[in-house]
Design a protein around this ligand. Sequence first.
Ligand SMILES: NC(=O)c1ccc[n+]([C@@H]2O[C@H](COP(=O)([O-])OP(=O)(O)OC[C@H]3O[C@@H](n4cnc5c(N)ncnc54)[C@H](OP(=O)(O)O)[C@@H]3O)[C@@H](O)[C@H]2O)c1
Length: 266
Amino acid sequence: MHEITGSTRIMAILADPIHHVKTPQGINRLMRERGIDAVMVPWHVAPEGLAEALQALRGMRNFDGCIVTVPHKTAVPGLCDELTPGAARIGAVNVVRRLPDGRLRGGMLDGNGFVAGLRREGIEPRGRSAYLAGAGGAASAIAFALAQAGVSRLTIANRTPAKAQQLIDRLAPDFPAIAFMQGTDDPSGHDLVVNATSLGLNEADALPLDVSRLTADQTAAEIIMQPVETRWLAAAREKGCRLQHGAPMLACQIELMAAFMRGEPE
Ligand SMILES: NC(=O)c1ccc[n+]([C@@H]2O[C@H](COP(=O)([O-])OP(=O)(O)OC[C@H]3O[C@@H](n4cnc5c(N)ncnc54)[C@H](OP(=O)(O)O)[C@@H]3O)[C@@H](O)[C@H]2O)c1
């Protein structure tokens, strides 16, 4: 940790609970590597204190921005002064920038991190067909980012089908060139297969999709980071699929979130 002085810029991460977060280490390492005089600190903020905490940031001139995580992602959009188009469409914020005049701009970079992680591994989603399991917060962000990246077709399958349909209805008007549809647990016929449900966090969880339908020409992508290789990803390996693990999504997000908070061009 470099010395904190009167000119050090401040960033924070807001969560409840907070002890498990790993992002401060990542952001602080990045600041050190780049020789930037800025630090990130953890703020344990419960939902009832959220509005007050964000209001206080408007007057804090050495504050660059904050990362927002569980359980605040969907409450923060209503507390920002402006949102990026992605955050507005998804209805969730995971990063906030304090603008020079004190206004707060909310962004949502989960999906951008996922797509950047794919590209870092040499996987380009443009023009490819994608199957997405899940329609929760992370899945919504990934669906938006895959659409923005120019997939040709996006199939969304979710335990609660109405949520998959709502997500399709929100995205389809902005992306008329993309064929959106609701799917079953069968991922066949898609180039890219993504698990964005929370299934796999626990060993006893059911598989998020029918792994017997996977084929060697597909890329299987996971967003869960622990365990490093979930059961369905191990099954995809057996089938000869190309694998994308969960960690690159967060690694790429660290850089994207730092850039957003520090006011670099979006
Ligand atoms: N790598 C990263 O950087 C990164 C970033 C963000 C999140 N994540 C991971 O993404 C996962 C999802 O997070 P989230 O914020 O999107 O959660 P969320 O909003 O609660 O959504 C959970 C999703 O999983 C589905 N699901 C949950 N339990 C299920 C079950 N028993 N059977 C079938 N479907 C089930 C839900 O379906 P229903 O709609 O039917 O409930 C929903 O689609 C978490 O594991 C989180 O750790 C990773």
